[in-house]
Design a protein around this ligand. Structure first.
Ligand code: SF4
Length: 450
């Protein structure tokens, strides 16, 4: 149990926890849940029922900021009605706006950055005892949320943090400023956590880091392992069927890693490899560290190593100065790569990043037209790739039942499948695919060996 020195002074009450942003934040929220439960707090599902409201925030995109502000409106109302005793903002936004946010949003009582989650309980108790707002936002590589107690949603899949931070400083990205420098977690800790998850019924783990391909490469890392070695160590864990990982950076996708992806049976045939743009001038302005040609070469090598590869990506349109011709190069790269899916974004400036002060912002109308054209291309490609799977029989790790009573789960290639026939969560069912859309597949369960 994590101790704060203030145990027993405040009786455990109820908390509501809302998460914004990426899987790393979802994972951090499992740690916040575990940490507060260990200190006697009880989680509730509705803000109206909670003594404390906690928002675990993201500041990567403007949209997440505005969703938080909407939630703070609810918090203000509940506080005014005397229901809510404290409001906590945790995560990336807390870190990036640590010097001003409490003054800008007086409804917020405690700010906790992603490297300081271990301080959350203590800061909350201090506020409840003294009424003085508090901030815990350590800089640098700070603490590991992976070492805190955890309560995860039940099921056969789990996230495992293997790194924290990022040292790439892409021109548009706030992450290195809020999560600090890359720091790798010792392989033996990761393997031990995975073994205990498997003992708890987990069959698939997703290894999390901002740039997992750089695992073990930072100066001062005590271990000898790099990412391919870690995949090898996890492949030896009995009972673990599937290993996924995200996110990969193209510049750190080494030949050794590409070879490892094809070698280990547990490593799923899915790589999420953000390309962001198909134009070399834009890639250089973004500070991505690779060219269009480098990326296309990597895709070719990956497909050679893993012939049934599912390839997904992230794309940004309307980066400052992006011309129509440069945007067309993104479209042509998407066509050449034949992606299974892509997250598409309109560039939004993040204060404090290099790109935020670049001239030649693309107007909103042009940006929206470009993103819509890109989405149409990506969705057409995704639907066609899924259609090619109709008639195939694929392994699905069953995660549960949908609202229609059908089983659902994912293939090794991360395709969402809804299927008829009985199956329990955690089973690996063989499903004959009968239908496809850009979003996923449908089918029926068939006996193994068909
Ligand atoms: S690799 Fe670039 S985009 Fe990804 S987290 Fe690091 S700085 Fe941000």
């Amino acid at each position: 149990m994590v101790t704060s020195g203030l145990e027993g002074l405040i009786p455990g009450g109820t908390f509501y926890l809302r998460t914004f942003g990426c899987q790393m934040n979802e994972h951090d929220s499992e740690r916040i849940h575990g940490l507060l439960s260990a200190e006697g707090w009880h989680r509730v599902e509705r803000p109206e029922d909670a003594d404390v409201l906690i928002y675990n925030t993201c500041s990567v995109r403007e949209k997440a900021d505005s969703r938080l502000l909407g939630n703070l409106g609810v918090a203000r109302r509940l506080k005014a009605a005397g229901r809510t005793r404290a409001v906590v903002v945790a995560g990336c936004l807390a870190q990036s706006r640590r010097d001003t946010f409490l003054a800008e949003q007086p409804v917020v009582d405690v700010l906790v950055g992603p490297q300081s989650l271990d301080e959350l309980g203590r800061r909350l108790r201090e506020f409840l005892l003294t009424g003085r707002p508090g901030t815990a936002c350590a800089g640098g590589t700070g603490g590991w949320s992976a070492t805190l107690p955890r309560i995860r949603r039940p099921g056969p899949t789990a996230w495992v943090q293997i790194m924290t931070g990022c040292t790439n400083f892409c021109a548009y990205c706030i992450v290195p400023y809020v999560r600090g420098a890359e720091s790798s977690r010792p392989a033996e800790d990761i393997v031990a956590e995975v073994r205990s998850l498997v003992a708890d019924g987990v069959r698939e783990v997703t290894l999390l880091g901002q740039n997992v391909n750089a695992y073990g490469k930072e100066a001062g890392f005590g271990g000898r392992e790099e990412f391919p070695d870690l995949l090898g160590a996890l492949d030896d864990v009995a009972g673990l069927c599937r290993v996924r990982f995200m996110t990969s950076h193209p510049k750190d996708m080494s030949p050794r890693l590409i070879e490892a992806l094809g070698r280990y049976a547990s490593v799923c045939e899915h790589v999420h490899l953000p390309v962001q743009s198909g134009n070399n001038r834009v890639l250089a302005a973004m500070g991505r560290g690779y060219t269009r040609e480098d990326y296309l070469h990597l895709v070719g090598e990956l497909r050679r190593s893993v012939p049934s590869l599912t390839l997904t990506t992230d794309l940004i349109v309307a980066f400052p100065g992006e011309t129509e011709a440069e945007f067309r190069e993104t479209l042509s790269l998407v066509e050449a790569c034949d992606f299974d899916a892509a997250f598409t974004f309109i560039y939004s400036p993040r204060p404090g990043t290099r790109a935020a002060v670049l001239p030649d912002r693309v107007d909103r109308q042009t940006a929206e037209r470009r993103v819509n054209e890109l989405i149409a291309l990506v969705q057409g490609q995704a639907a066609e790739k899924n259609r090619r799977l109709v008639g195939a029989t694929l392994e699905v790790l069953v995660e549960g039942r949908n609202a229609n009573g059908q089983g659902w789960g994912r293939t090794r290639g991360f395709k969402l499948v809804n299927f008829s026939g009985t199956a329990a969560a955690g089973e690996r069912a063989m499903v004959e695919i009968g239908g496809a859309t850009s979003a996923g597949l449908t089918g029926r369960r068939v006996p193994h060996g068909r």
